[in-house]
Design a protein around this ligand. Structure first.
Ligand code: C2E
Ligand code: MG
Ligand code: MG
Ligand code: MG
Length: 283
């Protein structure tokens, strides 16, 4: 449309800027009411054991279908929810939902829930975890909290103490998107993470023979192994990537090759009617 108006730069440029701010304002308005309007759902993506391909956990991923805007990508609404601190009540809802839905899976299958810095640094964070576990009946060992390195940029001491409290409850803590942000190895010495998640960019790089990606995955796996932490390779889409990851010694794999994020009913059905994921999955 902007092309058709041609010639008048003033006419085309300013409304575009305005439209962007206006869209954000409207999204924010809708986001404020999304919880009470029941517009959120949680979908679950399987994480498999790299050796035997059995499902060891699911990552809970939030989805928003707005009555006003339709489906909105997490890449769009999560940052907005963080900026407005709406992620605090929304994240609390995700925790409760994920813990109660995980109760329908076998006892050895864990659930991983993403937690933003704003949530983690909120003074009530630990008690929201305690409440979600108590109300659902989920044992703490079955919950893994996923955080990114960025949480250490704001208030490293407070972030560390919040994570220590969560660990003291018996929950796991995974370090998400490892290698993409501010990577300081200092906190790996101080905090006993259950899992390091190797970002998809390295997985893709390794499979295309990028020597730096290969070296980094090798180093991360060696470090995690010696620190007694597990590793998950994120975003494996092809058989080639899966083979490469396996060869590099990552312990767990998550990615479209084994399964896309799915509704809770479908995740549950995987255990009632066992099917093999990935290459064995005739589809
Ligand atoms: P993340 O925690 O790193 O989650 C993994 C993302 O990679 C998910 O995107 C997932 O759908 C996608 N993914 C998984 N396998 C593949 C693959 O094989 N190929 C490709 N191309 N992508 C794959 P999603 O669901 O769009 O979520 C994006 C991000 O939004 C998440 O990244 C996480 O940072 C954030 N997020 C999602 N749900 C929540 C939530 O409940 N709370 C918070 N605080 N953040 C969330
Ligand atoms: Mg994650
Ligand atoms: Mg990730
Ligand atoms: Mg990632």
């Amino acid at each position: 449309r902007s092309k058709d108006t041609g010639g008048n730069a003033h006419f085309t440029y300013e409304p575009a800027l305005h439209a962007h701010a206006e869209e954000r304002r409207q999204l924010e308005f809708s986001l404020r009411h999304a919880l009470e309007r029941n517009e959120f759902t949680v979908v679950y993506q399987p994480v498999v054991d790299a050796q035997n391909e059995s499902v060891v956990s699911f990552e809970a991923l939030l989805r928003w279908t707005s009555k006003d805007h339709g489906f909105v990508s997490p890449a769009k609404f999560i940052p907005l929810a963080e900026d407005t601190r709406l992620i605090v009540p929304i994240g609390e809802w995700v925790l409760q939902q994920a813990c109660s839905e995980a109760m329908n899976w076998p006892d050895h299958v864990r659930v991983a829930v993403n937690v933003s810095g704003e949530q983690l640094l909120d003074q009530n964070f630990t008690s929201t975890v305690v409440t979600a576990l108590a109300q659902s009946g989920l044992p703490a060992r079955r919950l893994e909290v996923e955080v990114t390195e960025s949480i250490f940029l704001r208030d490293a001491t407070l972030a560390r103490s919040a994570l220590e409290q969560v660990m003291a409850l018996g929950c796991g803590v995974a370090l998400d998107d490892f290698g993409t942000g501010y990577s300081s190895l200092g906190y790996l010495r101080k905090l006993r993470f259950s899992t390091i998640k190797v970002d998809r960019s390295f997985v893709q790089g390794a499979a295309t023979g990028n020597p730096e990606s290969l070296a980094i995955i090798r180093a991360v796996v060696a470090m995690a192994d010696s620190l007694d932490m597990s590793t998950t390779a994120e975003g494996a889409e092809t058989e080639k990537e899966v083979e490469m990851i396996r060869k590099l010694g990552c312990r767990k794999i998550q990615g479209y090759f084994f399964g896309r994020p799915m509704p809770a009913e479908d995740a549950e059905a995987l255990f009632r009617n066992p099917v093999y994921l990935g290459k064995h999955n005739a589809a």
